[in-house]
Design a protein around this ligand. Structure first.
Ligand code: ADP
Length: 528
């Protein structure tokens, strides 16, 4: 059949001088599409639609009817739920601007109120002279995919929430266990056997606290709640802190650690504690996955504007096929031929996220199983030293640094094990201690006992820790007392709440007995 020119406006077809053959082919194609499709004339009047479009819209619009200009659906919404008028839909824009709008999401509401999310592909149609003769819009229903994505997101959110709660709950029992170990060390005559057993408990609870902290950090990062305390620092400080943390494990495994840094200091803008966590995570892994007596190198170098930190070992290496996924959460390289070294498979995920939060990146390299591993991270370098040297509290690891001048201490915690063990520990260190388990009693006892120091949990029955602190501050002796919040929550917003309530210090559970005794000693000596 020869092509013949058809009238400009015909019901059911895009207007313009399409040939009949061309028009039939065009329409045949749209009929076969596994998606909704319709056409409009240059004025937006619908000239054709297929059956899929009817299913999507939940109705059949009338052709060439100004009531259904641009779109046959009942109502339209953007992804954020805000309504979109028909003259702003993708079809209308394609006609108005003579532009293609492909793959844009839009929500269609049917007359029965049901909504479906679609991808719109709106394209203008021009004749051979370039004159706009209409437009075609193809609508792909992605509601099922969207529902599956939403369900996945929800499951991921629940998982993160569960991990955060789990980590939080697991942390609490650690404080009394560690305090109890300290009590036994201080109290009885400890035989060498029991001392060894106490050291095992102490080491293992420290390790457990580290794993739980990693879990908490991951939960915080995935919900964008982890805050960095950035300042101008020297890379050397990061190395010192990391090596101090990892040294016991490396020594225990009889490995040799070589640290190399350039003579000229390297300056970074970063959170020294978090960067030290990154490097010590890598060092710990190197120690874990390297044979006894193996070698580990920690080096720093300059490359362009970056500081390059490398942790290399002579250990079991990483199989080539595991390398691409090594930084993904819960990934552990296939260890079928090796003894499992424990761990949760989140350390490297945490490392990568922390490095990225510092504007850097990290790469893993290994020649394969048995050939050692190398982790290199690049961090943006700064050219100037810090203006004022930041003062940092030194982490003291000595065991009896709390034996300062005795003082009156009130311990408030509704977890009885935590409260009693902490109270006993403080008594053994020579202090006069009272222990209570709720906020109202804390306020009453504070008035009678007139403590020099109050160690107070926040989530308390009868009166929460913030309100109890406020009331204690109102008491004649309360104004002088040192109020210390002891809580599971350690973000800036939590610290601010403590400050606002009148606390002088904010310690995060599980309380490290050494940190606490150091803190107590610091202000005891000031006041004597
Ligand atoms: P974990 O050590 O808790 O399993 P990580 O996220 O720290 O979790 O590490 C993920 C995996 O990467 C480990 O299980 C291990 O298989 C591999 N890995 C990490 N560091 C090294 C290393 N230095 N040498 C060999 N394998 C390593």
């Amino acid at each position: 059949m020869s092509d013949q020119t058809i009238p400009r406006v015909r019901p059911g077809l895009p207007s313009g001088p399409l040939t009949l053959n061309g028009e039939l082919r065009f329409r045949g194609l749209l009929e076969k599409l596994p998606a909704g499709a319709y056409t409009c004339d240059p004025h937006g009047l619908i000239t054709y639609f297929n059956q899929h479009a009817v299913q999507l819209w939940g109705r059949s619009p009338r052709l060439n009817d100004p009531v259904d200009r641009f779109c046959g659906s009942f109502k339209l919404y953007a992804l954020d739920g805000s309504p979109i008028s028909h003259d702003q839909c993708w079809m209308a824009l394609a006609l108005k601007n003579s532009l293609e709008y492909n793959g844009h999401e839009i929500i269609i509401e049917r007359p029965d109120g049901q909504r479906c999310t679609t991808l719109a592909y709106a394209n203008p149609i021009s004749d051979e002279t370039g004159r706009l003769v209409g437009a075609v819009n193809v609508l792909v229903d992605i509601s099922d995919r969207k529902r599956a994505e939403d369900a996945l997101k929800e499951a991921d959110r629940s998982k993160n929430e569960f991990l955060a709660t789990l980590a939080h709950e697991l942390r609490n029992p650690l404080a009394p266990i560690r305090a109890a170990v300290k009590i036994l060390e201080l109290k009885a005559k400890v035989t060498p056997d029991s001392r060894a057993a106490l050291e095992v408990i102490d080491r293992q609870t420290r390790q457990m606290a580290r794993l739980i902290d990693d879990l908490l950090d991951i939960a915080r990062i995935t919900s964008n709640k982890l805050e960095l305390r950035k300042e101008r620092i020297q890379l050397r400080e990061v190395f010192n802190m990391a090596v101090e943390t990892s040294r016991p494990l490396i020594d225990q495994r009889g490995q040799k650690l070589t640290v190399k840094t350039p003579a000229q200091p390297i300056y970074l803008d970063g959170d020294v504690v978090r960067l030290a966590q990154v490097v010590s995570n890598l060092l710990n892994n190197a120690a874990k996955y390297t044979e006894r007596g193996g070698q580990i190198w920690l080096t720093a170098a300059r490359r362009g504007h970056d500081a390059i930190v490398t942790v290399r070992d002579t250990g079991i290496g990483i199989p080539r096929e595991s390398l691409p996924r090594i930084f993904e959460m819960f990934t552990q390289a296939d260890r079928s031929s090796y003894q499992s070294s424990g761990g949760l498979g989140i350390g490297l995920t945490l490392v990568k996220r922390l490095v990225q939060m510092h504007g850097g990146n990290i790469m893993a390299h290994s020649e394969g199983t048995g050939k050692g591993s190398e982790f290199s991270l690049a961090l943006p370098m700064m050219d100037r030293p810090p203006r004022v040297k930041a003062k940092r509290v030194k982490q003291v690891t000595g065991s009896d640094s709390g034996r300062g001048t005795p003082c009156r201490i009130l311990v408030v915690d509704d977890n009885r094990d935590s409260a009693e063990s902490l109270g006993l520990l403080l008594e053994l260190l020579g202090n006069e201690v009272r222990v209570v388990h709720d906020g109202l009693t804390a306020v009453r006892i504070a008035d009678e006992f007139q403590p020099r120091v109050v160690l107070m949990d926040i989530g308390l029955p009868s009166l929460n820790g913030y309100d109890a602190a406020r009331q204690i501050r109102q008491q004649p002796s309360g104004a002088q007392a040192v109020l210390i919040a002891v809580t599971g929550w350690g973000q800036e917003v939590d610290r601010q709440c403590s400050r606002d309530a009148g606390f002088d210090h904010h310690l995060v559970k599980p309380l490290d007995p050494d940190t606490l005794t150091t803190l107590l000693a610091s202000f005891q000596s000031v006041t004597v």
